[in-house]
Design a protein around this ligand. Structure first.
Ligand code: PGA
Length: 242
């Protein structure tokens, strides 16, 4: 199980120290990982002050190119230099505001795997697609186009319906399970596969989501900024598996 906090374009170094103050008193279990995804400039500090408490660190995006003249982009190599464990790729906000395509996602994920960083590949349907009952087909296609040809190590897929991100709306249990099953069946050849859910996960709905079959954790935006809530969600996850 993985409880991952996507801080997006929020918080700064002093917040990292606040998070550290709280995490010092937590017991981080082996069976449930906790990870945070701060902005790039905070990654190094996050690694320095949090990895000793078994908090995993991840980046929020990665270039699809190895290196070169790509001003403002960050390479898998640079992310690996910091010692990141994870990197989110293809988040819907990257797809929408930075035109990241399935092909881009596939290339980034391949580069991350070559650096032994576990990619968290985001997939999810828009409200329009959901209303047309095309969710399963759409996710099937996204998976096919985003997954690197060779997955030698671990891989995480985050199912994040676009209409559930930051809206307070969350799919029905059956809807989450059916999409997770599509992903699971499509990627049955991947040895270390986790499928996590993201989109308006909070303290009140997390136990309901985390108990579902083939749900191996959560990618949490808004509620990860409230550290006490985030840690309480972590404890809920621990209760589910121990
Ligand atoms: P949310 O964001 O928890 O605020 O809905 C999730 C995400 O975008 O990863």
């Amino acid at each position: 199980m993985l409880i991952a906090g996507n801080w997006k374009m929020n918080l700064n170094s002093s917040d990292l120290f606040e998070f550290q103050k709280l995490i010092v008193n937590e017991k981080i279990e082996k069976k449930v990982e906790i990870a945070i995804f701060p902005q790039f400039p905070q990654l190094q500090l996050a690694k320095q002050i949090l990895s000793k408490y078994n908090v995993k660190i991840g980046a929020q995006s990665c270039s699809s190119q190895l290196s070169g003249a790509f001003t403002g982009d960050v390479s898998a190599d640079a992310i690996s230099d910091i010692g990141c464990d994870y990197c989110i790729v293809g988040h819907s906000e990257r797809r929408e505001f930075h035109n990241e395509t399935n092909e881009f996602v596939k290339n980034s994920a391949s580069l991350l795997l070559s650096q032994n960083i576990t990619p968290i590949i985001c997939v999810g349907e828009s409200l329009n697609i959901k209303l047309q009952n095309r969710t399963q087909k759409f996710i099937h296609n996204q998976i096919k186009e985003c997954i690197p040809d060779i997955v030698s190590s671990s891989l995480i897929i985050a199912y994040e319906p676009l209409w559930a991100i930051g809206t307070g709306r969350i799919p029905k249990n059956e809807e989450i399970m059916s999409v997770h099953n599509v992903i699971f069946n499509e990627l049955s050849h991947v040895k270390n596969l986790k499928i996590i859910y993201g989109g308006s996960v909070n303290l009140s709905n997390c136990s309901n989501v985390l108990k579902l079959k083939n749900v191996h954790g959560a990618l949490i935006g808004g509620s990860s900024l409230k550290f006490k809530d985030f840690l309480a969600i972590y404890k809920t996850a621990v209760k589910q598996v121990i």
